[in-house]
Design a protein around this ligand. Structure first.
Ligand code: HEC
Ligand code: HEC
Ligand code: HEC
Length: 339
């Protein structure tokens, strides 16, 4: 039958009759062949592992941030959610209710949410007015309640103080060698955020001179503990923005402010901004919070850092301009009329 249709040569029939197993082999090889060709086609044509790289420094220095093209093409789902919320006819009260997911926000002047919300308005205006160099670094982006809250009363990616990590011991060991989310699941210290973004200790790893007199960490230059804690903070920065170290540094000279990228300067402003947000707004607002909102270990208020806004993206909401429609949140001179 097959012979009639395909006019197969006689030698093939003879060959096949002598060893019928060959036929099975042929089928197996055909299937394998098709599989190999399909996989090759998918890789070559569709390019699932294709990467794109963002060049951050001079050519030839390896200063680039590579990412899978498939990931790059995926928009942050929160952008669509923000679009669904809409502009609510420009009604700022309704907008703040939607952004924070608190439907009756500002309806009861005696509630703690009313008082905290009022402080949050002042904080948001301050961010947009006085930290313009950070939140509008590449063009108008700005910050609204949604940047942190994303439709939830308590924003994600907040943090609490943790030190001492090991209650049984005191001193340096007690903040280290516990893989916590604050140490980015490494054995680096877990107290970097509280040391640098609440307290304002000096970020640094060593003295740039060789053979300095004195004791590292005690005599005005960083010791090994500062180095470890600095690296914990830097890991946090990278994870908060979804970038690697050369997004901000030239890796041959981490210490040299003359070889950094423009993003380093934006990040540096970010450090000062976060210190101010925590000390001037978040900690005072925390005094109004009920107990169930406070930290599990030290009973402190939930605090802000880079990831509270960035959520793992280079720019929050991938650089969507969230402030343009809301001039009332752009300046501390504006007054939001509360009911
Ligand atoms: C920079 C990030 C950030 C921005 C921007 C922000 N918030 Fe918050 N908000 C927080 C954090 C962190 C908390 C929890 C800590 C606290 O209450 O002190 C919080 C808590 C709150 C709470 C208390 C919620 C509860 O149930 O405990 C309210 C209400 C609130 N924010 C309203 C707002 C409003 C309204 C805006 C915009 C005008 C806003 N927030 C902007 C970070 C932010
Ligand atoms: C988003 C930008 C950014 C990223 C990403 C980043 N850094 Fe930094 N880094 C900074 C800034 C800004 C400073 C300076 C802070 C200061 O001096 O107050 C700094 C400081 C440092 C220092 C201290 C230098 C000194 O003066 O002693 C080291 C070391 C360092 N970073 C290493 C790293 C490593 C390693 C990574 C990757 C895991 C990394 N950084 C990722 C922005 C960044
Ligand atoms: C209050 C919200 C908020 C916080 C907190 C925040 N950022 Fe940002 N950041 C932004 C916004 C908004 C932009 C986008 C600015 C633009 O693209 O115009 C941005 C941009 C940046 C950029 C520039 C990215 C680029 O593509 O050029 C860097 C770097 C950065 N942030 C680092 C940090 C670091 C490090 C921290 C913590 C110390 C931090 N940010 C905390 C809101 C925030």
């Amino acid at each position: 039958m097959l012979r009639k249709i395909f006019a197969l040569p006689d030698w093939y029939d003879d060959w096949n009759q002598k060893d019928p197993v060959r036929y099975t082999k042929a089928i197996v090889f055909a299937i394998l062949g098709v599989a190999v060709i399909s996989v090759t086609t998918i890789i070559v044509v569709i390019h699932p592992y294709g990467t794109d790289s963002l060049q951050t420094g001079p050519r030839g220095t390896g200063m680039s941030v590579p990412e899978f093209k498939f990931d790059l093409a995926k928009p942050d789902p929160d952008i669509a959610k923000l679009a669904e919320i809409g502009d609510l006819d420009g009604d700022i009260i309704k907008a703040m209710q939607a952004w924070t997911g608190i439907p009756n926000l500002f309806e009861d002047p005696d509630s703690y949410q009313y008082a905290v919300g009022a402080m949050m308005i002042a904080m948001t205006q301050n961010i947009n007015e006085n930290w313009d160099g950070h939140v509008n670094a590449n063009g108008e982006v700005g910050v609204t309640c949604y940047t942190c809250h994303r439709g939830q009363a308590v924003p994600s990616e907040i943090w609490f103080t943790i030190a001492p990590v090991t209650k049984a011991t005191a001193g340096w060991a007690s903040v280290q060698n516990r893989a916590t989310s604050l140490s980015q699941s490494t054995s680096l210290p877990s107290n970097a955020l509280e040391s640098y973004l609440l307290d304002t200790q000096t970020i640094g790893v060593h003295d740039l001179e060789s053979r300095v007199a004195g004791v590292p960490g005690q005599d005005d230059y960083p010791g090994i503990q500062h180095a470890e804690r600095t690296y914990a903070l830097m890991n946090y920065f990278s994870n908060s923005l979804g970038v690697n170290c050369v997004f901000c540094h030239n890796s041959r000279a981490f210490y040299d402010g003359g070889q950094v990228t423009p993003q380093w300067a934006t990040a540096n402003l970010g450090i000062l901004m976060v210190q101010e947000l925590n000390n001037d707004y978040i900690v005072p607002a925390g005094a109004l919070l009920p107990e169930e909102r406070l930290g599990p270990r030290n009973g402190d208020e939930p605090k802000v850092a880079c990831k509270t806004c960035h959520k793992g993206y280079q720019q929050p909401l991938q650089g969507t301009n969230v402030i343009g429609d809301w001039p009332v949140l752009q300046s501390t001179e504006e007054v939001v009329e509360l009911p």
